[in-house]
Design a protein around this ligand. Sequence first.
Ligand code: NAI
Length: 489
Amino acid sequence: MTADYKIADLSLHAAGRHQIRLAEHEMPGLMALREEYGDQQPLAGARIAGSLHMTVQTAVLIETLVALGAQVRWASCNIFSTQDEAAAAVVVGPNGTPEDPQGVPVFAWKNETLEEYWWTAEQILTWPGAAENPELGPNLILDDGGDATMLVHQGVEFEAAGAVPEATDQDPHEYTIVLSRLRESLARDPQKFTRLAPQIKGVTEETTTGVHRLYQLAAANKLLFPAINVNDSVTKSKFDNKYGIRHSLPDGIMRATDVLIGGKVAVVCGYGDVGKGAAEALRGQGARVVVTEVDPICALQAAMDGYQVARLDSVISEGDLFITTTGGKDIIMAADMLKMKDKAIVGNVGHFDNEIDMAGLAAVPGVRKVEIKPQVHEWVFDADTATERSIIVLSEGRLLNLGNATGHPSFVMSNSFANQTIGQIELFTKDGTGEYERDVYVLPKLLDEKVARLHLPALGVELTELTPGQADYLGVDAAGPYKPDHYRY
Ligand code: NAI
């Protein structure tokens, strides 16, 4: 273990280790993969640069990758999502001490600045000795949202051009920070990303938004290495996005505000996988839920599920709670927030912070921002009038389930991370076989079914087996896969 890591506080490691131990009990998929592959060490020689919320669940993923033979460096994929005790436990490792850490170099702490965030992103791609010998650099990326993948692609592009461009007026503020990080890198080492990229055997991508970026790169013929779309494993998006958010969204709202959800009007923007889980959770708490959608199929689903479907403008002054889940941008604008009820709560669970117009909100004349506590801010309008009105914005418009709470619970993340682990094994062990080209792949259905299977015993599920006659009649193998690829679940 090198001393290169940067976290909040190593002394939190014991608290982190206790939580990891309990999480392992709730992550049967990952523990089964350790059991199945521990002796074979399929990831021996893998050097994984990981960018994914540094939570307790992610700690179990990291230690699973290590148990399968990998070397790992890790950063969080969001400035607010790190659990500092989990980061400390991963650095110390199961067998280390704070004086002699034996674990994995982690570069993550809760409440990073954006400059720090992009520094951590570069650290996971900066391996000791790799400047002299590229083979010591990372050879796999495990990404959530695509920031690490984007950094490599942009780095290669700008190194080829010999310069990093200036940001334009159209670029979001954060992009100027990415560009200055890359400018600094180029000045220090003009070939860093050019050397690094050819070593990368592929990336496994966790979330809808990151996958979207990968398909765009592939369509433009710019993808530098194979990619596995973990999000669209059924056992990821139909579980983590839906059931995970069903748990962690109300958790975040409650920890942040302690407001009773029952009886309130909750507006959920987007009725995809995340929106479905969000709406169900809020209805479960007794809220009257209104959904907004652009896709007629999802709008019809929401209506059939019993929700009012309306345009945001129609319900803007009625809602007590507004949650964005679209993965799109400009969903709730400053002008909308000005029309909201006094003390309306506004939050986002889509991957990036561009769903809620925070810049526009900050620019409202006379607006005042009051910190209630970290990641909970009151924005006061009409501050100079007797009718002073305010709204509450959670996690500054970033993923509130990770900023105000601790993200999805272990059991559902065991499904997602079993897919991640299998994806990493696929890319690493099949490198050079021609099975994965510079394109985006979903894991085969049999592996998806395997992930589900690994989680059934813990829930006491008795699975019915097809008889040979039934299997023959349906035209499937009795051992699976049971559905054609186009089946939608
Ligand atoms: P999805 O594509 O299934 O759903 C998004 C829905 O929003 C779609 O039905 C789309 O038609 C709708 N939509 C798009 N623009 C809209 C607009 N202007 N107004 C109303 N509706 C609109 O995507 P999914 O899987 O639900 O993911 C959504 C976002 O959440 C992504 O950014 C994803 O990366 C992120 N995510 C966050 C998680 C968390 O823990 N907070 C977990 C999983 C995903």
